[in-house]
Every structure is written in C-alpha cells, then in structure tokens.
Design a protein around this ligand. Structure first.
Ligand SMILES: *[C@@H]1O[C@H](CO)[C@@H](O)[C@H](O)[C@H]1NC(C)=O
Ligand SMILES: *[C@@H]1O[C@H](CO)[C@@H](O)[C@H](O)[C@H]1NC(C)=O
Length: 383
C-alpha cells in the first residue's frame, strides 16, 4: 500500500518518523589479550505468510508479536510504507480484526500523539478514491518481535479508527518495509541483523509464501539474482526502467525512461492513464475503462483467457546489462467486477503520476530488498 499523504491532527508536527541514518558507534577499546572479540549478531529468520485471496491474490501477511507478555498480531509487510500500525482495543470500528490491548502490556508506553495516514494504493484491487484508505492513529512504543528476533521500545501506532475499506482485512495491521530502515527493522539491524529482507509471494495454488528477514532463502528461486540500484535516495523502493514492452512490442511512449515503484502491499499494477491505455491497446482494443469504477478497466470474462498479455518491464542491472521482469499472461485477469460479473477486471489501474508494480509482478520473482546496499534483487521464483 503506497502512502502518499501524511496529515497530522496532533500538536507535535509530522508523525512520520524521520529517516535518520543509523550510526553504529564503534568501540575503540583494545580487547584484552587472549580473548576474542564477540559481535552479538542476529541471524536471519524466515516467517510464513498467509495469502488474503478474494478472486485474486490480494495481500500476504505474517505474524509479529507486540508487548509483554507478547500478543500475536498479523501484519502485511508492505514495502510501500515505512511505519508499523495495527488495530487496537481503542478502535471501535476494528471489530473484525484481532485488536492489541495495550493495558495488558507492561512494556507499552503511550506517545500521546494523534495523526491520520492516507494510502495512495489500497488493500484490494479497487482504485483508491479520495481518503477511502485512511487510518487514525495514536503513537506509542513497545517491544516487538518477528520470527524470534526481538526489538525493545519500537515506535509504532495504534489504529484508533479506520475507514470501512479496511474492515474486510483478515490481518490487523501493516508493517512498513520502506527503503530506509526504521522502527522494528532498524532496531534489528542495529543489533547486528544483516540489513536486507527477501519476499517469496506466491499464488494461492502454490502456497508457502514467506519472508526472510536478514537474509535470502536460496531454495525459493532459480539462477543467480540480478541486482539493480535504487533510483533515488528515498524511503520508496524504485528503479528506473528504460522501456516497457507488451507481447514483444513497444512504441514511442512505452520506450520512454520512467521510474517504477515496487510495492509489496499493492495487488495490481498502476500506471498513468496514457501508459495504461497504450499497453491495453496492444493487448486488445476491447479492453475498456469501467465507468462505474474510474481507473479500472475490463473485458468480457469469456474472452480474457484467450488474450496474450505478456508485459516485459526492462531494467538495468548494476553491471549495466538490461534485464526484464516479466508479468505473464496469467495475471491479466483479476476476476469479475462485483457490480458486473460478466466483465473481468484487468491488472492495470490508471492513476496519473504513479507508475507502480505490486504483487502481479512480485508473485513471479523472488525479490531481495537490500536496504544496506540500496538495491533490489530478483530471480525467477520457484513456483
Ligand atoms: C499467526 O498466528 C495465529 C495465532 O497463533 C495462527 O493461527 C496463524 O496461523 C499465524 N499465521 C501465520 C501466517 O503464521
Ligand atoms: C526484454 O523484452 C523485450 C520485449 O519482449 C525483448 O525484445 C528483449 O530481448 C528482452 N531483453 C532481455 C535482456 O531479455
């Protein structure tokens, strides 16, 4: 879920944690002779993900624990945002989710600030309209653990109110995994965890989705990962792409260079309207905008499976060689529209000013999010 707006209701200014670089103080003392210097490092750990599926794969989520004693909370590990927020007992509209009860945690500290965050891409495949993906939050700190790795005093937000768009979620919150280490991940890195994580997001039929935090699970992909450098120094994961091709064809618009955001919290693909329509024109002139849901497109469900729709997005590796991340034809349909079951929605939503790939691509590529190295790595996922 890509966050684009931060607004604050409290008195203390912007709530988004400042992305200050982590400074690790080196100890200059000389070790006494005969003893070996021991670095207290954390080892990588892998946690399983569950797949939230509604006609198509929407989100993958896994467990963290919060508080003392630990309460299990499920979160989407979302590379499109940077903070940790989850439903709490303070939220009267979060009743379909597991709610964290801060009164039962001895390590909980209220931060006293209230804010709202608005997401620019949502939980499902529907377009985001206005403020329909908004959370009202209260700042706090508490102990947080993931896969047995524990961080004390992690900055987090309790959800105190949410727009109804979040009510269907089978998970309680969102753990931001942006390109700058913050919160839980920053704390684990400062304790010696290698500064990277890897995602294996699979279609429901394959299952066994997982995240390895601090490392790479080499059993989940084929070949050697190809790495490309982050396009900008920002908390948004993004790469420059010199070209898009559809079924092996490109055109003047599609072969312009553009920056593409990688967002594990978004199900679909989002491109500006002109790019979206240029891609659909190559696949089939019968793919049409759905006037009932601006930004979405569709075609008769009985035609969609016969359409070839291979989208190659070209990037440049750190060694300068071009490589393609391909979205296969199988991703073209995201299932029938709720208000028109004979029409199937297609994978790209139009939103001017945004070029973003989500799970439709990440399901087919094992992805390595190297925060320390400011680069993204990909290898074909073993499915
Ligand atoms: C998260 O924890 C709950 C409760 O312990 C468990 O039922 C569920 O299977 C876990 N989910 C994942 C994805 O591990
Ligand atoms: C990338 O895809 C395009 C279009 O299908 C193709 O022409 C090109 O050869 C591919 N490049 C690589 C490096 O595979």
């Amino acid at each position: 879920m890509l966050r684009i707006i931060i607004s604050t209701l409290g008195l203390l200014g912007l709530v988004q944690a400042q992305a200050t670089p982590q400074t690790i103080k080196l100890n200059s003392r000389v070790a006494p002779q005969g003893t070996s210097l021991k670095r207290r490092a954390l080892s990588p750990t892998t946690i399983p993900f569950a797949d939230f599926f509604l006609g198509t794969d929407l989100q993958w989520f896994g467990n963290i624990t919060v508080g003392t004693p630990p309460q299990t909370i499920s979160v989407v590990f979302d590379t499109g945002s940077s903070t940790l927020e989850f439903a709490s007992t303070l939220c009267s509209t979060c009743t379909s989710q597991v709610q964290f009860d801060s009164t039962k945690s001895s390590t909980f500290r209220d931060g006293g600030r209230t804010s709202t965050i608005t997401f620019g891409t949502g939980v499902g495949v529907d377009p985001v309209v206005g403020n329909n993906y908004q959370l009202t939050l209260r700042s706090a700190t508490d102990t947080v653990s993931v896969g047995g790795l524990t961080a004390p005093g992690v900055s987090l937000f309790l959800i105190t109110k949410q727009t109804p768009t979040f009510n269907i979620d089978p998970f309680s919150g969102i753990q931001g995994m942006g390109a700058r280490a913050q919160g839980l991940f920053a704390s684990l890195v400062s304790q010696g965890l290698p500064s990277l994580f890897s995602l294996y997001l699979t279609p429901r039929a394959v299952g066994n989705a997982e995240m390895t935090i601090g490392g790479i699970d080499t059993t989940k992909f084929t070949g050697t990962p190809i790495f490309a450098s982050q396009a900008a120094s920002s908390s948004t994961w993004q790469l420059v792409s010199p070209r898009l091709s559809v079924n092996g064809k490109t055109n003047t618009l599609l072969s312009q260079s553009r920056t593409i955001i990688f967002d594990s919290g978004t199900s679909n693909v989002v491109f500006s309207t002109d790019i979206t329509e240029a891609i659909y024109a190559i696949i089939s002139p019968d793919i049409k905008p759905n006037p009932n849901e601006p930004g979405t497109y569709g075609i008769a469900c009985n035609r969609i499976s016969s359409l070839p729709a291979v989208i190659d997005i070209t990037f440049t590796s750190q060694s300068g060689a071009p490589f393609n991340l391909t979205i296969p034809s199988s991703e073209l349909s995201v299932g029938p529209f709720a208000n028109d079951p004979s029409t199937c929605q297609t994978l790209i939503n139009a939103l001017d000013g945004l070029n973003l790939v989500g799970a439709s691509l990440l399901k087919h590529w094992y992805s390595i999010w190297d925060v320390g190295g400011q680069r993204l790595g990909f290898a074909p996922a073993k499915l």
